[in-house]
Design a protein around this ligand. Structure first.
Ligand SMILES: Cc1ncc(COP(=O)(O)O)c(C=O)c1O
Length: 419
């Protein structure tokens, strides 16, 4: 099929194409990160600053995904860069303790109500794996239950569930369907170590968890003798104490990541001190270590990232998301395209459909969203290939107006091809 959008992308991104061809020699399919890959090939980015980044062909892009929510203060945020520069000058890691880890841990504990102590990892995926390990050690059971199309990281037991499949250790139930979770716990509860839930399905398409559902699953998990793990890797950006503070729910363990690393690799599991005691060298039940766990560069960056994410800034991002959302709806209407959106706080997921699907994994607008994603890039606007958007604190009203203008042009291109 000929597509002017596709042709324009190829024309504008020749250096990215060259870099991708070279990457294919060294990495399977030219990438190490599926979520940063799209067809025909991803852009190669040279540098970022504030709300923008620039690709190797010299084009400027307004970044509306911010490394899938992690860059909550945009790119090269000056206070983080300054602190990290200093830390790098003082050394980047040693097999002994550092001071910044205490400052970041104290900030997290101060903000997130259920967390008494934390254990740092290098990614949200590692935090998920660690939470699963803790649950298995504490309960003596082997399996997990999670929401179909939920996402808890790049671990086989989670990945299969995120595509809607069960596995030897993975049970699934439908998100926002308490009866379904109860049924699985009734049948398999004896062997379920933990129930994992996101308070808002992130990669599943920004689907809000109903309060009653989240509280109900927690209760049922406990009745079945399983731990309740709340995955706030993405959702910590939605409130000072994450979503749990907002709805007053107390998980046994909380997974964290993304914004607590200030743009550097990070993850953490937080929880009650008596649950995390299994790592205490004086009372050790499980050996957990990692060369880069709690490395000082990540810790200083994370401390600033978290400290500078104030309630006012969170509220401002939410308001800007609202105006972006209505601007996108107006543009779609103008071009005769159906548009359905899910949102929570500073995040948004769009679908060129009459209604939002159960998950962005099972959508019926792949043709339109694929073209829109490339068309946006052609116009200097960067969103996730699946239509997800996450704002940052350095985005202002002018950026939102610019984003709507670019999206309007991109929708015009899409309507011209599939309308
Ligand atoms: C809710 C959630 N949990 C876990 C993860 C995994 O984190 P990471 O990509 O740092 O491994 C992600 C990443 O997108 C996430 O959104």
């Amino acid at each position: 099929m000929t597509s002017a959008i596709h042709a324009a992308y190829l024309e504008r991104t020749r250096s990215s194409a060259g870099n991708y061809a070279r990457a294919c020699e060294f990495m399977p399919g030219g990438t190490s990160r599926q979520a940063a890959f799209w067809k025909p090939y991803p852009l190669t980015i040279k540098r970022g600053e504030g709300a923008y980044f620039w690709d190797v062909d010299g084009h400027q892009h307004l970044d509306l995904i911010n490394n899938y929510t992690a860059m909550v203060h945009g790119h090269a945020y000056p206070p983080i860069i300054e602190a990290v520069r200093k830390q790098i000058g003082d050394g980047t890691g040693w097999a002994a303790a550092n001071e910044p880890q205490c400052r970041l841990a104290a900030l997290i504990i101060d903000r997130v109500p259920s967390i008494e102590q934390v254990r740092f990892t290098n990614s949200g995926s590692e935090a998920g794996a660690l939470a699963f390990t803790i649950a298995r050690i504490i309960t003596g059971r082997t399996k997990l239950l999670m929401a179909r199309y939920g996402y808890h990281g790049s671990l086989l037991e989670f990945e299969i569930g995120s595509f809607g499949n069960e596995g030897p250790l993975t049970h699934l139930a439908s998100y926002n369907d308490l009866a379904d979770f109860e049924a699985v716990l009734d049948e398999h509860g004896d062997n379920i170590a933990a129930v994992f839930l996101e308070p808002v399905l992130g990669s599943g398409g920004i689907i809000e968890g109903e309060e009653e559902f989240l509280h109900g699953v927690r209760k049922s998990a406990h009745e079945a003798g399983a731990l309740f793990v709340l995955d706030e890797v993405l959702t910590l950006r939605f409130g000072m104490g994450g979503c749990q503070a907002g709805i007053n729910i107390e998980p046994d363990l909380t997974m964290l990541g993304k914004i607590i690393g200030g743009g550097f690799p990070v993850g953490a599991v937080g929880g009650h001190a008596d649950m995390l005691r299994i790592f205490d060298p004086d009372d050790m039940k499980v050996f957990h270590t990692g060369t880069f766990n709690a490395n000082p560069v990540t810790m200083v960056a994370g401390e600033i990232s978290l400290r500078e994410l104030t309630a006012e800034r969170i509220e401002r991002m939410d308001k800007l998301r609202e105006s972006l959302q209505s601007g996108l709806a107006d543009a779609a209407k103008k071009h005769g395209l159906p548009l359905a959106t899910n949102h929570h706080g500073s995040c948004l997921n769009i679908y060129f459909s009459e209604a939002v699907p159960e998950s962005s994994v099972v959508r019926d607008d792949e043709e339109a969203i694929g073209r829109f994603h490339l068309a946006c890039i052609n116009h200097g606007l960067f969103i996730a290939p699946r239509g997800m958007i996450a704002l940052s604190t350095v985005i202002g009203e002018d950026h939102i107006a610019e984003a709507i203008e670019h999206a309007d042009a991109a929708m015009g291109d899409v309507a011209g091809e599939i309308g």
